[in-house]
Ligand binder design. Structure first.
Ligand SMILES: Nc1ncnc2c1ncn2[C@@H]1O[C@H](COP(=O)(O)OP(=O)(O)O)[C@@H](O)[C@H]1O
Ligand SMILES: CC(=O)N[C@@H](CCC(=O)OP(=O)(O)O)C(=O)O
Length: 295
């Protein structure tokens, strides 16, 4: 345990970072694979509450892929993914919305409020926050040609109306957003949570986008956790994907970082949500943690 004097020293060391990020908007994408257990969830959300109390404007966009898969399995429905996206028929959409908006969103809001923050839960349907069109997945054939594949009610974000989030931030709340978008006729679209976080970060003109996941960051060799790439430039991304170094669920994350940077977001980071207080380490220390994707 640090002595009281050491504790005072730690607080003073944080001062330049508190000053730098005072009033700045930070979008935190909290992935389902990083929601490992209740203790860890509490550590992540405590960091968000602390950020709020020192003057930052955290906005949480959560995922919940594993929990949706678990619920579908309990109901005897198999999950299929194409290009990292869940093939979403009407029944799957109904369950995904129930899990994301009705369960995970409310669990996060409850935990934040219990820790001492004041959170308000939203889905992308509230106040037309996320408006989407049906997304067709482009699949590459072995001969190099591309084919559009129907993956059901998966949405491609067409418009973000961040007014409701701005209003909540101004009133001192922590907005917590579930990645369900509204489409024509008021119907629901399932949106990848990384994509939702990236689009919201751009619309809010955020200073930082931090993606919490279940690996150390981008690894040069996925079998070697010591091969962390601490910085990756936007220009490196297509080559890393082509070489198969970045694969699967990491692809939407880096693509979102790239889109966010192109859309004016200050910095983007992919960090390990399994490490307690990794958010604080990223924001309040010189070294940072995980991978920073830069332009
Ligand atoms: N180069 C890479 N470095 C680290 N992880 C990678 C890499 N390429 C692919 N991945 C995979 O991406 C996964 C993270 O994406 P995903 O499972 O969708 O997480 P989340 O639920 O947090 O969105 C990792 O667990 C890992 O299996
Ligand atoms: C279209 C699509 O794939 N939607 C995701 C939404 C949740 C999500 O993205 O959760 P994670 O961040 O935990 O992966 C899904 O249904 O799993």
């Amino acid at each position: 345990m640090p002595s009281p004097m050491e504790k005072a020293g730690i607080l003073v060391e944080a001062l330049p970072y508190i000053k730098k990020f005072y009033g700045k908007t930070v979008v935190i994408k909290y992935g389902g694979h990083a929601m490992v257990n209740e203790e860890l969830k509490k550590a992540v959300l405590t960091d968000a509450v602390l950020m709020k109390y020192v003057g930052m404007q955290p906005v949480i966009v959560h995922g919940g892929g594993p929990e949706i898969t678990g619920m579908l399995k309990r109901l005897g429905i198999e999950s299929n993914f194409i290009g990292g996206l869940r093939v979403t028929d009407a029944e799957t959409m109904e369950i995904a919305q129930m899990v994301l908006v009705g369960k995970i969103n409310k669990d996060i809001v409850g935990l934040i409020n219990d820790i001492g923050g004041t959170a308000v839960g939203l889905s992308g349907k509230d106040a037309n926050l996320l408006v989407a069109d049906k997304k067709l997945h482009l699949m590459r054939n072995p001969d190099g040609s591309e084919e559009a594949v129907d993956i059901g009610l998966v949405g491609e974000i067409r418009e973000v109306n961040p007014g409701i989030v701005d209003t909540l931030l101004k009133e001192g709340y922590i907005p917590v957003v579930a990645p369900v978008a509204v489409g024509e006729g008021g119907n629901s679209y399932n949106v990848n949570a990384d994509v939702a976080a990236g689009a919201l970060a751009v619309a809010l003109n955020a200073d930082k986008l931090i993606i919490l996941t279940d690996v150390e960051g981008i690894l040069a060799d996925r079998k070697d956790k010591n091969s962390l790439l601490s910085t990756v430039t936007m220009q490196d991304v297509p080559r890393l994907i082509e070489q198969g170094i970045i694969d699967g669920g990491m692809i939407p994350k880096v693509e979102c970082c790239t889109c966010a940077l192109q859309g004016g977001v200050g910095t983007t980071h992919i960090i390990d949500g399994r490490v307690p207080h990794s958010l604080l380490l990223e924001i309040f220390t010189d070294q940072g943690v995980g991978t920073m994707v830069t332009n």
